[in-house]
Design a protein. Structure first.
Ligand SMILES: [Zn+2]
Length: 311
């Protein structure tokens, strides 16, 4: 058995649940994943996660704590979760249940905060004490590391850059406001904006409710509306980054999530251009915007960092 402390890192998402035994050097000693059960039954969902974790613990690697990154909203630090993309868990006491089931100390935090920690440890954020980690995916989330520490805020919600308003009277966001980064640039935001444009009679090759990937394919094939949707999405994210850089005095911003990973060719150029146009202060002009390096592993590495913080 390794003499270094090891932890169980868990990444809970709407489509998959992943877990890994990770040591202090970032070595993954064992890992596994399952599809998230399509069940409205909270216990069926938990049973799948518990079995996944128990299989990894059975390897006898001497795990000392559990760290979990999970979609919000949640009550922090209690770890009572109601992930938007897991309808079967509403007010589910994940931290208490998983800790009791595995008889280990357990911490549960927001998945975007976990991504920020993971990218800082092993990815594009290495060496930075002042960074914003962003997820641009079905929604838009973020985690802030300032002066070397992950910020939590009053209820653990620090870093919600998805709801910075970047487009006055802009498109409706899921939160009810208009012009949030998430309403402009997330997968759900892009689809909603497409539907609004269709209702306004705009011509396009796209069908109603096309997803972000389909809109990206159309944009690359020359569809004007699809290109406009991604251009304005990139500008919206860039404007949000410029504001965050002024507010927080950042060294860099690291962007992951499925839209950033699969459509950076469309999102990245208008985003970088807008950061250049909007971040004009001496200390914001040099903020670097980098593509995440760890793909879907970032959340696991971040969850490991959360667990190490318990030791
Ligand atoms: Zn919003």
């Amino acid at each position: 058995m390794s003499s270094k402390p090891t932890v169980l890192a868990v990444d809970v998402g709407g489509t998959k649940m992943a877990a890994a035994v990770v040591d202090l050097d970032g070595q993954v000693l064992a890992s596994d994943r399952i599809s998230t059960a399509r069940s409205p039954d909270a216990e069926v969902l938990f049973g799948g996660l518990r079995s996944l974790c128990e299989r990894l613990l059975a390897s006898g690697l001497g795990v000392a704590a559990i760290g979990v990154g999970c979609g919000g909203p949640m009550l922090y630090p209690r770890g009572v979760v109601s992930p938007l993309n897991i309808p079967g868990w509403r007010g589910f006491p994940l931290r208490e249940r998983l800790g009791a089931a595995l008889n280990l100390p357990c911490v549960v935090d927001n998945d975007a905060k976990a991504l920020a920690l993971g990218e800082r440890w092993r990815g594009a954020g290495q060496g930075s004490d002042n960074m914003l980690g962003m997820v641009v995916s079905t929604g838009v989330g973020g985690g802030i590391i300032l002066d070397g520490r992950l910020l939590d805020g009053l209820g653990g919600n620090a870093g919600h850059i998805g709801h910075i308003i970047v487009w006055p009277n802009g498109p409706l966001c899921g939160c009810g406001a208009r012009g949030c980064v998430e309403g402009v640039a997330s997968g759900t935001g892009l689809a909603r904006r497409l539907n609004t444009a269709l209702a306004d009679g705009r011509s396009t090759s796209l069908q109603p409710d096309a997803n972000a990937e389909e809109i990206a394919v159309a944009a690359r094939a020359g569809d004007g509306l699809a290109q406009e949707l991604y251009r304005t999405a990139g500008e919206g994210v860039g404007r949000g980054i410029a504001s965050a850089a002024a507010l927080l005095d950042l060294d860099r911003v690291v962007i992951g999530g499925s839209i950033a990973l699969h459509a950076w060719d469309l999102l990245g150029p208008p985003l970088q251009a807008e950061v250049g146009a909007a971040a004009r202060l001496d200390f914001t002009r040099d903020v670097r915007v980098l593509h995440a390096q760890l793909g879907d592993q970032a959340g696991l590495y971040g969850a490991a960092q959360l667990a190490f913080s318990l030791l």
